[in-house]
Design a protein around this ligand. Sequence first.
Ligand SMILES: C[S@@+](CC[C@H](N)C(=O)[O-])C[C@H]1O[C@@H](n2cnc3c(N)ncnc32)[C@H](O)[C@@H]1O
Length: 324
Amino acid sequence: MTSDVTALGDYQFFDLKPARRDMHEEIVAGLREQNKRIAPKYFYNEQGSALFESITELPEYYLTRTEMAVFDRYREDLAVVIGGGTCLVEYGSGSSQKIRKLLETGQPEAYMPVDISKDHLQSNARALHRDFPGLSVYPICVDFTQPFELPEIANGWKRVGFFPGSSIGNFDPADAVIFLTNIARNLGRGAQLIIGVDRKKAADILEAAYDDSQGVTAEFNLNLLKHLNEELGADFVVDEFTHEAIYNEDLGCIQMYLRSRKDQQVNVGTETVEFARNETIHTENSYKYHVEEFQALAEAAGFAVRSIWTDDREWFAVVLLEVQ
Ligand SMILES: C[S@@+](CC[C@H](N)C(=O)[O-])C[C@H]1O[C@@H](n2cnc3c(N)ncnc32)[C@H](O)[C@@H]1O
């Protein structure tokens, strides 16, 4: 018997967001180091997530467009990976736009967007559930750099991970192996992971992508200080810092910094931090990989490479991995 009525998918939100106290400790510890640093996960309050969406539309930011073109080009292969009976787990789901492209082809039963930006995660997961009513949607708010278990509700489906956008580049290679090892455990033996990797290319193309002519990436980087002001009661004067993005050829990595325009003191809660003029805070690395380099890294984390899909210019790779 057939029916025209599509079964309604389930919706449940899982809140594992770290406490504000942890954030304060981590930020102060990073600002006390000789080379000051703040982890890139702190870019993402509501405003930071919205600014990232604007970045993806910039002419210089080729990454999103190129990765989407690879999804289009290999849509039939992807449809096989995310066929019926699949639970798709997206790490760092953001606006959940890329998943919409995959949902045009494959038909998973469930989608688990995982993100640290709680409000952004909830509103986008709700919108997706409205637009794909047959799909069960289980958002999880968590810091994915720490090991965590998928909720039991993910049991019984074939698990497929999705980690697009070259977010793996935010880890240095040793931490990328640790992160991927955790993901392999998280998904379980035999599960697959579709991962987006930005490939090495000319420095001028890379630097323009992270320092655009409209200044949106600068605003995104500086918004991190606004986030700390709002969340931790810090008193950064945002205009007293500038944005910088430099390609380090030796490391194969774009490095983003905030540079202090003058000698200054900043209060972060009860702590005071001194900045000398021109001193920097390191805010993000974006490692670029040759395909062979990435393959070695994935294998070190317990994955086998099943497919490598790329674009005409060979600027970006979408790699299909399988947990061994
Ligand atoms: C660069 S955006 C990528 C968004 C989207 N996947 C894409 O490819 O366009 C990174 C996303 O990961 C999330 N994120 C960053 N660090 C995270 C962490 N440690 N734990 C969980 N989510 C994180 C951010 O909130 C943001 O939505």
